[in-house]
Design a protein around this ligand. Structure first.
Ligand code: HEC
Ligand code: HEC
Ligand code: HEC
Ligand code: HEC
Ligand code: HEC
Ligand code: HEC
Length: 504
């Protein structure tokens, strides 16, 4: 009996046996599921978690049990006298059983390290993948994942912005991830997810991997197509040239929007609120001369005690592009786009007002919202335009579908996420944005004011109803004309005081 054993006696114990069964089953599971995903060709977040995280954990645990069992029984059987007492394990390659055990161990260890390194690499990639970040906790990440897919960054992974290169931030993000798993499981996460993320890696180390400050130059043209809330849905178009230059020393260009991130200057600021919407104090340092200029909100300056306690934040990409990938657009904007594309039919009277009003209501769930939108718009036309409704039933139905689709892409009642919960800091039309510093109130001790000149950041090339055929050619552009007469209010107060993403 004794001689028939292929391995040392203490290898035959129930702990090691259980370990071998667990490890073997887990290995089989990994191979089997991997083959399935490979065959199906689609990444599935839950299957991924099982393949790359859960099963490997069982495998490692099982493998660990094998030597543990051997050691425990080696000691136990020494005490009971079944094995001769020895202080240290004894290995003699002249004994067949020892040779076998060594062989199994060496081959096993080699195979384990090979599979392990491939597996760790795969697991690393999986935990950095868009599938894992965006889809594992469906409801929670729905607003971010949906908007991401429709953003200019749809081909950039979540991790490229949220984690960036290097092992340090990878480890840090996975540690935070553990808390997030708890928060989701215990259902204690906040709705909407708060922003700014104070622990976000500095933009200099993420965005600048792909867009570097020296790169910006010239100007870029943008077109804004609006439709009014009148009966005719009157169109109003603006063509603008945005001066996005950076003042790159190499191009001898000294001003422009990306001047703020010119490596030759540092801009720091202190905010009064958590969302960084109220900025009473700004300091500019010219690194070449060392000169600093401090601008303070002259209407409501920061108290000296608050300033002393504050830790100024250095301005970077995120202070303007805070929604590069998760832009939740307001109803006014998305319906303009839908009308421009013809999916919401501009020939239906008051369709802009009807769709925007229905979308902007508060709904408890997405399902309720989609039903509510259809009901409200249908009732509006049945009540106010009964004849037209009979004629244009199809067109109205299609417009309703477009409004529902636009809602589902931009408003997430379950997460309480919508345009107003996440201010966008670019521009000054529906959020203060640039006006947080360029509002005309920030003054230096010498009396210099941070500019609010309408042509400092852009010039208007054309404006008016319908598509424009002629562009102005003067360097100063056209003076802004408000589509309707509001007695000069557009010059007196910021647009965002009236335009809030719905009917002004
Ligand atoms: C182009 C870079 C970029 C990409 C790609 C990106 N994000 Fe973000 N994300 C940001 C920025 C910037 C913020 C806002 C940070 C702030 O204001 O502090 C943000 C915020 C968030 C927030 C906080 C809540 C909110 O909406 O502000 C979550 C959650 C989030 N992102 C998840 C994701 C997920 C999941 C993906 C991939 C599907 C992803 N992000 C891809 C840049 C990115
Ligand atoms: C992995 C590379 C990568 C990273 C990291 C990255 N971007 Fe981008 N970004 C891109 C690509 C690709 C485009 C699309 C270019 C295009 O469409 O011409 C883009 C486009 C943009 C645009 C233009 C959007 C538009 O309307 O056309 C802005 C603004 C922008 N990125 C800002 C950021 C900011 C802010 C960050 C950091 C939070 C960031 N990017 C991080 C690759 C990246
Ligand atoms: C002072 C605000 C501000 C800061 C800071 C800023 N940007 Fe911009 N950026 C703008 C504006 C405004 C535009 C014009 C496009 C628009 O209005 O959407 C723009 C356009 C862009 C574009 C598209 C145009 C182009 O020339 O390719 C990219 C990409 C971009 N920014 C990336 C960045 C990155 C990366 C950083 C940080 C290194 C940064 N920006 C910092 C305001 C800013
Ligand atoms: C945190 C405060 C802050 C914010 C936010 C901000 N700016 Fe500025 N901006 C400044 C300061 C400070 C100056 C420089 C004033 C000076 O010393 O001349 C400046 C100057 C400029 C200049 C003129 C550069 C030159 O020298 O000609 C432009 C153009 C500009 N900003 C555009 C923008 C745009 C567009 C936005 C919004 C997307 C914006 N800024 C948001 C602080 C800010
Ligand atoms: C500090 C820079 C800055 C100043 C000063 C500024 N703007 Fe703008 N403005 C912007 C930026 C940036 C955008 C583009 C926002 C975007 O890309 O959506 C914009 C957009 C606009 C738009 C288009 C809005 C839309 O969605 O149709 C109009 C109109 C406009 N500005 C008018 C003005 C007028 C009038 C003034 C003077 C009172 C002015 N701007 C001063 C930065 C500025
Ligand atoms: C005092 C409030 C007020 C201010 C300030 C204001 N607007 Fe308006 N705006 C209105 C009203 C009211 C309408 C008409 C809405 C309708 O019936 O279509 C309107 C209409 C518009 C429209 C036509 C599309 C639409 O939504 O109806 C544009 C474009 C517009 N405004 C741009 C601006 C810009 C850019 C600024 C800032 C430079 C600005 N407005 C400032 C009240 C204001």
């Amino acid at each position: 009996m004794k001689e028939e054993r292929k391995l040392p006696r203490y290898a035959y114990n129930w702990i090691s046996a259980a370990g071998a069964v667990v490890a073997g089953t887990a290995l089989f599971g990994v191979v089997f599921l991997f083959a399935i995903t490979w065959y199906l060709g689609a990444e599935n977040p839950y299957l991924g978690i099982v393949i790359y995280l859960v099963l490997p954990a069982f495998m490692v645990g099982g493998l660990f049990l094998i030597p543990t069992g051997m050691y425990v029984y080696w000691r136990v059987w020494q005490r009971t006298g079944e094995l001769p007492y020895m202080k240290w394990p004894h290995l003699d390659l002249n004994i067949q059983r020892h040779r076998n055990a060594t062989f199994v161990f060496v081959i096993g260890a080699m195979a384990f390290f090979m599979v392990g390194s491939v597996g760790t690499y795969q697991a690393y990639h999986f935990t950095e993948s868009v599938t894992f970040c965006g889809q594992s906790c469906h409801t929670v990440m729905k607003p971010e994942f949906t908007t991401y897919q429709h953003s200019p960054h749809a081909r950039v992974t979540c991790a490229q912005c949220h984690v960036g290169p290097g092992a340090g931030w990878y480890a840090k993000s996975k540690m935070q991830g553990l808390y997030q798993v708890y928060a989701v499981t215990a259902n204690v996460f906040p709705r909407p997810i708060p922003t700014p993320i104070t622990s976000l890696r500095p933009a200099r180390e993420t965005c600048e991997q792909c867009h570097w400050p020296q790169k910006f130059y010239g100007a870029m043209q943008r077109r804004f197509d609006h439709y009014r809330y009148d009966k005719e849905n009157t169109r109003w178009t603006l063509d603008m040239l945005l001066k996005v230059g950076s003042g790159n020393p190499a191009t001898a260009q000294e001003s422009g929007i990306h001047w703020h991130i010119n490596p030759a200057v540092t801009i720091e600021y202190v905010e009064r609120d958590a969302k960084r919407q109220d900025i009473p104090w700004v300091r500019v340092t010219d690194k070449r001369t060392g000169r600093t200029t401090v601008y303070q909100d002259s209407a409501k300056p920061l108290a000296p005690a608050q300033l002393a306690a504050a830790k100024p934040r250095r301005m970077d990409c995120m202070d303007c592009h805070n929604r590069p990938s998760h832009n939740l657009y307001p109803p006014d904007y998305v319906i303009d786009l839908e009308m421009f594309a013809g999916r919401v039919d501009p020939s239906i009277p008051e369709i802009k007002r009807a769709t925007v009003t229905a979308m902007a209501k508060d709904y408890p769930t997405e399902k309720a919202a989609l039903e509510g939108i259809a009901r409200d718009i249908t009732e509006f036309y049945k009540k106010n335009y009964a004849d037209l409704y009979a004629q244009k039933k199809d067109a109205i139905g299609k417009s309703i579908q477009a409004a529902q689709a636009a809602f589902a892409k931009n408003i997430f009642p379950e997460m309480k996420a919508k345009w107003s919960s996440y201010p966008n800091d670019i521009g000054h039309f529906i959020f203060p944005g640039c006006w947080r510093c360029h509002g005309g109130k920030h003054k230096s001790s010498e009396g210099k004011i941070i500019t609010q000149n309408c042509d400092a950041c852009h010039i208007i090339l054309s404006q008016g109803p319908g598509p424009q055929k002629e562009y102005v050619s003067s360097e100063k552009g056209l003076p802004f004309q408000h589509p309707i007469n509001i007695s000069g209010m557009e010059k007196a107060i910021g647009c965002f005081n009236c335009h809030k993403g719905v009917k002004p």
